[in-house]
Design a protein around this ligand. Structure first.
Ligand code: VGL
Ligand code: ZN
Length: 199
């Protein structure tokens, strides 16, 4: 089965000490590097925002990080500034074997809309191009790992399942933000979408 490993957002800002640091986010790096060796294709997703991105609380006077607002495409969590294009925070964790990647897909570059998923922006319809890439390479099976389980990993997994891929998420190689029960919700949603959760 032609299988791709999709590594979601293993970037400095999502690791401890980063702008949106996830607990133990750096601990998954060695295991991910190991996992690259038995995939037919390795894809890295990279959160890549302009400095004035609409998902940043700093773009909305009077709003604080982790509050939500209504956007034309639905409810949006407002985040601290993170993964600003070209910054050290947007760089991959220095331990990640980026040389092992076949392609890097950047997302979240449109100032007006966030993009948790590596497949679609948060309107769940504007494509990033990853589906076309995987399809033309004949990939049918996806293994997802990375950060954060309950946002970018979950949205990517759900979209991939909806697109018809066989999708598994390797939970020991993911870490979550877990904001107001978001991890439990994300696990339920992935399971409902037909994603296999590997413990
Ligand atoms: C992510 C929040 C904002 C993620 C990205 O990678 O899960 N979360 N941007
Ligand atoms: Zn982001």
């Amino acid at each position: 089965m032609p299988t791709a490993l999709i590594v979601i957002d293993v970037q400095n800002d999502f690791c401890p000490g980063g702008a949106l640091g996830v607990d133990d986010g750096d601990r998954i790096v060695p295991g991910i590097n190991q996992r690259m060796k038995d995939a037919d294709a390795v894809i890295l997703a990279q959160d890549w925002h302009p400095a004035d991105h609409s998902s940043f609380a700093s773009s909305h006077p009077g709003k604080a990080a982790m509050e939500t607002i209504e956007m034309p495409y639905g409810t949006q969590v407002l985040w601290p500034d993170h993964c600003v294009q070209g910054s050290e925070g947007a760089a991959f964790h220095p331990g990640l074997d980026t040389d092992g990647a076949d392609m890097i897909v950047r997302k979240g570059y449109n100032p007006a809309i966030d993009s948790y998923s590596a497949f679609f922006e948060n309107d769940r319809s504007t494509p990033t191009g990853l589906h076309g890439y995987l399809r033309t390479r004949g990939i049918t099976h996806l293994r997802l790992v990375g950060l954060a389980t309950d946002f970018c990993v979950a949205f990517s997994a759900e979209d991939a399942a909806q697109l018809g891929y066989h999708v598994s998420v390797e939970l020991p190689l993911c870490r979550a933000i877990d904001l107001d029960g978001s991890l439990a919700t994300a696990l339920d949603r992935m399971q409902e979408a037909g994603v296999t959760l590997l413990g």
